[in-house]
Ligand binder design. Sequence first.
Ligand code: ADP
Ligand code: MG
Ligand code: MG
Length: 895
Amino acid sequence: MTQYVYSFSEGNRDQKDLLGGKGANLAEMTNMGLPVPPGFTITTEACKAYLAEGAVPAEMDAQVTDHLTRVEQALGRTLGDPDDPLLVSVRSGAKFSMPGMMETVLNIGLNDQSVNGLAKISEDERFAWDSYRRLIQMYGKTVMEVPGDLFEDALADAKERKGVTLDTDLTADDLKALVEQFKQIVKDTTGADFPQDPRNQLDAATEAVFRSWNGERAIIYRRQERIPEDLGTAVNVCTMVFGNLGDDSGTGVAFTRDPATGHPGVYGDYLQNAQGEDVVAGIRNTMPLSALQELNPAAHARLLEIMHQLEEHYLDLCDIEFTVERGKLWMLQTRVGKRTAQAAFRIATQLVDEGLISEDEALNRVTGDQLVHLMFPSFDDDAPKNRIAKGMNASPGAAVGQIVFSSEAAVEWAKKGKKVILVRRETNPDDLNGMIASVGILTSRGGKTSHAAVVARGMGKTCVCGAEQLDVDTKRNQMTCPDGTVLVEGDVVSIDGTSGDVYAGDVPVAPSLVVQYFEGTLDPSSDELVAAVDRIMKTADKQARLKVRANADNGPDAARARRFGAQGVGLCRTEHMFLGDRRELVERLILAPGSEQRRAVLEELRPLQRGDFIEIFEAMDGLPVTIRLLDPPLHEFLPDLVELSVKVAVDEHDHKETEEDESLLAAVRRLHEQNPMLGLRGVRLGLVTKGLFAMQARAVLEAAAERIKAGGDPRPEIMIPLVGAVQELESIKVEIDEVATKVAEESGVDVHHLIGTMIELPRAALTAGQIAEVAEFFSFGTNDLTQTTWGFSRDDVEAEFFSEYLDRGIFRVSPFESLDIDGVGRLVKVAVREGRAARRDIHLGVCGEHGGDPASVHFFHEVGLDYVSCSPFRVPVARLEAGRAANEAAHSDTR
Ligand code: ADP
Ligand code: MG
Ligand code: MG
């Protein structure tokens, strides 16, 4: 028989899957001997069964009865007893705390009889009727789905009639009248009476919690936070304790340290003579926790003692909910508390200093995403700000600009050198150019998977979306703030993509101290946060097995990457070296009528290329530099087909000289492709354009020879892109080997170098065993591998339908942000296995943007790659995650 119900004394904190977070921690506290009111948890399994079958599982009912009886016997009271009622709360609690789940119902077990019993036993009539009106209100709203404001309005009316402002000023008689009114509201809106049978109340509330798993808000939240749909929620049934029994009672919330800054100390709020959510609902002014010390020194001292005990036990910041009933303290909830990114780093190192956790464990307490937050510039904390709205923090950063309401305007204003923030209700694929032209994007609709959010994150652009308080009117080019102020095109706003805040006017931006530290311009000991980051980074580097390289195309980028801790260049793209002034040379290369002329142009390009490589080898002296030979289709270096056709036509009409343009146009037409991503590029280009790859390889080797002569230590690795068959690589390798022999003869230096390939086509992954016979290293080009595995081109699809795919749950996250482990990851695994089988010492890395994504880094660690390579800015994130991945693996071995 399945056990669907667990007493609080049966579970522990590791059972969040089964008991939910709240239930698991209530059990943990019970077993620590803390004062938790007795109760039991109905499991997530029961919820799943209920949702599948439409009814609670057959065995559950008897198990609930059994556990309820145990509680009743322990306390000597029965649920809803007319003379001395046991009352309980029914509380939802999934594995992850989630808004949108059913709100807690307190005081279950009260009815027209037991309310009198409660009044007599407590010797407080007002309290009893206050509790009853709360039950009808909460139960009516959450279980019977009566609109909540009907009750709130009635309560407000009662206070107004009486001429008072606080609900504590209502007397027992007022509350009695209110109860009658509430019952009538229930009857009028649902046609049913408020249920008088205590057990019916309990069962109906339990089922309502189960159903709330599939409530609209809960579903939206799960999609946004990538919480699986099939977890289900648990239900906690907990004996009531009463904070509304007069002035020696009350309820509060607290943190064991400051969750915003990480500073040690006790933080919290307390509200006298109150129950449940009163303290956070803002109905009366709360007092700081320290005030409890005067009101009730004993309860306060006990609370501090328990908070200390919780930290020692959980070894982390905890947040708690408690109630004081006539001077006695009760614990109602705890969990390891959420915190800001800066608090996470500070708290982790504080706990090490306090001897609670090890340096290794501190590494587990922070994430790459948190580090990213600390690396963005942020709005100056101390600057005065006028917040006009708060939306979703869709893509981090701090952006200040003039608002425009259309993409055309964004493009136009940006051309004039202005910084603009594109404001839309929501964006669509037509807004792409406008988004590119803007420094930030602000929308009034949509969540973290909306078009604006997905595309902005893809571009690394600051974005706040779903700022619903803003009334955006794109027809009139204006938006109205909640206070009625109207902002028009050209007005300045500041948006914080890290918090979701939107401010009117220009808020000063402060550069990130953490970035200054990585740059080497800030001494870590000068700032507490930076010192914490420094310490944790050192642990990460010590733990990491995966090396981290950077994608860098020039000397300055390579130097920066090295300062950020890169251990080499994993991808140096040579195409950028063909732009600017040199583009003209590429044009001549393409137009060259014969091999003689082509060779001449290549000879002109060679010294330029050599210069580029020397710079990079210098910056990365002693470290490997992987240079990818030319990858993109040649027509990318030529003028646009349409523009050139128009120019030729116009010039012809004006009787101008067009001969040169016409031969260029012929070349553009010849090279025009329907699907350039799948066209003449990569190794195919190298095979077709005779001498191109040989020239590039020669430039690499000559540069290296020169560096060696100058006393340097270059470590070139020549990488051939887009190989699908070993024969392609073989042909190129023959050419490069010849070049190498020549360079050695000419320079008198034998340059040690590796020749390898990218694995970025499914065929390459599937024939990796053959390719490894020739390749000395593989670098997984996971961007192209994702495109070719899925059969879509990123530029075309990301703006078109990704948000739809995310909304429908086809993707949980964009496969360009985080590696698609099931599909693309499978190809990587196959290639790693077969590559290593063919060549034991083959060197394996990854050079897609996934190299800087935390989840992907963990995967690359697990499959045994040697390094990841990412953009210089992401290098610290990859270092941190490489350390965490190794750390986790080490700890799971010993467990
Ligand atoms: P949430 O998940 O929103 O935190 P909770 O289940 O913790 O909801 O309950 C909401 C409020 O009701 C909290 O302030 C909690 O302390 C209070 N509460 C819950 N159960 C009881 C109880 N048995 N006795 C007294 N107060 C309770
Ligand atoms: Mg709570
Ligand atoms: Mg590629």
